[in-house]
Design a protein around this ligand. Structure first.
Ligand code: FES
Length: 227
């Protein structure tokens, strides 16, 4: 067992527990984005940063990947932590300004303006889609390609994947692909092709799985074999 101090509270937990789990155990809320209970932690978004160590030698680490350590001192809501989270979410909103999840996070964290140039992209490289495809759907149809600013998510060799079952899990978990189908009489223009599917995705998944890309192309209906 390992004993550490989080926000002046001592807690003893099993070795291997992450700081995020330790905070959750104490009822301390830490915002997350690329973390999901059912998937391995990846540490991509850094939104869960916490400050560890004693003054003046403290540093920021991602709570979802950092394991508890004996005697560790952790601060989850210090000024430095709050500023870092605000900056991170501001950067992410500048990449995908239409994401409702990001907008909500920005509001929660008190971000009132985005000072960076907006790019309107559809991916923030959180890796949730890659992990759910591999770890939950046992498929591995998509993965990361290239490095640095060219990094992106794609199928092997950018070709149609033979192993993709168009299950929609990647879309379901994505915090940025927000423009999902809204049903037969949506308030905004949606193609409605999913309604021609039998059984409909809503019946199969208990949820409407498709989304609309910015060019008005439906991501799921067009791929469905029985359309
Ligand atoms: S939630 Fe921890 S790095 Fe994204």
């Amino acid at each position: 067992m390992v004993t550490l101090r989080i926000n002046e509270l001592d807690v003893t937990l099993e070795e291997g527990t992450t700081l995020l789990e330790a905070a959750q155990f104490l009822g301390i809320e830490i915002p997350t984005l690329c973390y999901d209970d059912g998937l391995s932690p990846y540490g991509a978004c850094r939104l869960c940063v916490v400050e560890i160590g004693k003054e003046p030698k403290t540093r920021l680490v991602s709570a979802c990947t950092y394991p508890v350590e004996e005697g560790l001192v952790v601060r989850t809501h210090s000024t430095r932590v709050l500023q870092a989270r605000k900056m991170l979410v501001e950067l992410m909103v500048s990449i995908a300004p239409r994401s409702k999840t990001l907008q909500d996070l920005a509001a929660q964290l008190g971000v009132q303006q985005v000072r960076f140039e907006t790019r309107d992209e559809e991916c923030i490289l959180c890796g949730l889609c890659v992990r759910i495809c591999k770890e939950q759907m046992q498929s591995g149809a998509i993965g990361f390609a290239e490095r640095g600013y060219r990094r992106r998510i794609t199928t092997p060799f950018d070709r149609k994947s033979e192993i993709c079952r168009t299950c929609g899990a990647c879309i379901y978990i994505c915090p940025v692909c927000q423009l999902r189908c809204q049903g037969p009489k949506p308030p905004t223009a949606i193609c409605g092709s999913c309604l021609q599917l039998s059984p409909s995705c809503a019946e199969v998944y208990d949820d409407l799985m498709c989304y609309m890309g910015p060019a008005g192309v439906c991501g799921t209906c067009v791929k469905a074999p029985n359309k």
